[in-house]
Design a protein around this ligand. Structure first.
Ligand code: NZQ
Ligand code: ZN
Length: 387
């Protein structure tokens, strides 16, 4: 097992009807900005629950942080934070609203002239660099409610960049599985695929001696597979929703990756597909993951076989056959929740994509993967295989 340090200070308040606890958790003297997305919280009752819980607190709101939070929109929010001397932020939303809020928590105290530098130069945020913030999660998927990373998009430059730092853990997050009732099936599928891919990024490297972490990751994948049909059906099942929500948080709150190598190439490449075509984040992962694992079969064969055996009960003699069948099962799982796994399923303009991403990664001098041996030329091949 690799050496590690682990600190996750986010308090989780989990369960049915827990949004009212906001009242206890937000400091009474806070000057609060509540941030949300395109308005789903107005229709499903979450806004009213938040409003009722905030009685007695001095708060204003900023709505309109759409999926793949846009830098220009966040700059409008930043102006309000500065003008109104806001000192606490509350994100009510999915990964996009939470990520946008994290960026703002740092940008509000950033001393440089242009906050975009934070992302361009990957400037990490430490505890004293940020405003405190909390979240009410409305969409299980990213794990952003209990981690310190965020991803921001900029349409103008077709960029989607990630950053983070220990100063960007939420103070607390409220996870009420009831919020899943109003989520469109497409977004539920995205949540399942994103969380599943988060585990894969931390798991599909090479076999390690970190038995507990490997077993925890396998448990998350098996649980997601088990609950997927239940959360995708029309009838709402609270227990399935609760397990789904907790899987998403556990997949990316930092715990399972401690002491093990991690990959994250699929996310790095996937973000470019969102930047180029606007494809939903989770779907970009389902497009890239199978090709990435096939292309890197030699490096990942041990783990691919472990995945095939332990997750799909595949017991073929030949390791290459076993690994390939495991990847096919992974694709079938994505298809079973309505997520296509080819770039050409999403856009007719896919030709040339591999070259564009190769060019961007050459400029950024990125080397990806657990062995840092996936450069622009390898990325070119992986993306071509995903057409
Ligand atoms: O904007 P509203 O109207 O709220 O609608 C949202 C949005 O259209 C809707 N929605 C959310 N909760 C709902 C709901 N609709 C009905 N009922 C509810 N209860 O769902 C749509 C998608 O929301 P979004 O927040 O964009 O989804 P998600 O949570 O998947 O977040 C995606 C973003 O997170 C980033 C992605 O790159 C992407 O930008 N990621 C963040 C990570 C992190 N911070 O650790 C890791 C991830 O790998 C990912 O990169
Ligand atoms: Zn993700």
């Amino acid at each position: 097992m690799l050496n590690f340090e682990f600190k996750n200070p986010t308090k989780i308040i989990f369960g049915k009807g827990e949004i009212h606890k906001l009242a206890k958790e937000i400091p009474q003297n806070a000057k609060l900005l509540v941030l949300f997305g395109g308005g789903s919280i107005m229709k499903n009752g979450i806004y009213d629950q938040v409003k009722n819980a905030l009685v007695g607190i001095d708060w204003i709101e900023f709505g309109g942080i759409a999926a793949n939070p846009e830098y220009a929109v966040l700059m409008d929010a930043l102006q309000i934070i500065k003008e109104k001397k806001i000192d606490y932020l509350l994100a009510v939303g999915g990964g996009s609203v939470i990520d946008g809020t994290k960026f703002l928590a740092f940008a509000a105290k950033y001393k440089g002239n242009d906050p975009w530098e934070i992302l361009k130069k990957s400037i990490r945020a430490y505890e004293d660099d940020t405003l405190p913030f909390a979240t009410v999660l409305t969409l299980p998927a990213t794990g952003s409610e209990m981690n310190s990373g965020y991803v921001i998009s900029r349409k103008e430059t077709k960029e989607k960049l990630s950053c983070g730092g220990p100063g960007l853990f939420p103070q607390f997050s409220i996870l009420d599985p009831e919020v899943i009732r109003s989520i469109p099936k497409k977004q539920i599928a995205n949540g399942i695929a994103d969380a599943y891919s988060h585990v894969l990024e931390q798991y599909m490297t090479f076999p390690t001696s970190a038995t507990l972490q490997e077993r925890m990751m396998e448990s998350i994948m098996l649980t997601l597979q088990e609950i997927a049909p239940k959360v995708m059906q029309n009838e709402f099942e609270y227990e399935a929703a609760a397990n789904f929500m907790w899987c998403c948080t556990m997949a990316l709150n930092g715990l399972v990756s401690k002491g093990v190598p991690t990959d994250w190439a699929v996310h790095s490449i996937g973000h470019e597909l969102t930047a180029l075509f606007g494809i939903d984040h989770a779907r970009t992962l389902a497009i890239i993951a199978p090709s990435h694992y096939r292309y890197n079969n030699a490096n990942k064969i041990g783990k691919l076989c472990q995945y095939a055996e332990r997750i799909w009960n595949i017991s073929l003699e030949n390791n290459n056959d076993k690994a390939e069948l495991g990847i096919q099962k992974m694709e079938t799982f994505f298809h079973s929740i309505g997520i296509p796994t080819r770039l050409s399923d999403y856009t007719e303009e896919y030709l040339g994509t591999a070259e564009k991403i190769q060019q961007v990664f050459t400029e950024r001098k990125w080397m990806l993967g657990e062995r840092k041996n996936i450069g622009p030329n390898e990325v070119l091949e992986i993306v071509k295989m995903s057409y």
